[in-house]
Design a protein around this ligand. Structure first.
Ligand code: 9YT
Length: 128
């Protein structure tokens, strides 16, 4: 069994940041669970283009307000606490945070933990 609290992660190497987000990595590849899970903060007022071409990501919003736009067809979905989306087609998208947002993110294959987006908006497939 693995039991962790946010305060065990904040300020450690298991906290990873990009330009507009900070992610607290609860579960990573090294935990051998087949997926990773993190608690991510997205900065207010940001527009983030992401394309997880190597991963399927499910995201559950637990705080804040924003929207997600599907690049393929321009559909926009509001996001608020209690809303989940999954990028099951490796969907290119814009994640826009109206206020600061807090999201629980699950990745398959699992993240190693240190990934940040490259210039095309995706994470490389890291092995360790
Ligand atoms: C929701 C989202 O895609 N945020 C960007 C960061 C990423 N999910 C991560 O590594 O936690």
């Amino acid at each position: 069994m693995i039991v962790k609290s946010l305060e065990d992660i904040i300020g450690t190497e298991d906290e990873t940041s990009g330009d507009n987000w900070t992610s607290r990595r609860f579960l990573m590849k090294k935990d051998n669970c087949g997926f990773s899970m993190n608690d991510t903060i997205i900065k207010a007022g940001t527009d983030n283009y992401f394309w997880y071409k190597n991963h399927i990501e499910a995201v559950y919003c637990i705080e804040g307000e924003g929207e997600i736009e599907e690049v393929e067809n321009g559909k926009v979905h509001p996001l608020k606490p209690g809303t989940m989306y999954i990028l099951d087609k490796n969907d290119k998208h814009h994640l826009r945070a109206k206020t600061q947002m807090r999201m629980v993110c699950v990745f398959n294959p699992p993240l190693v933990g240190t990934e940040t987006h490259n210039e095309e908006g995706y994470y490389p497939l890291l092995t360790d």
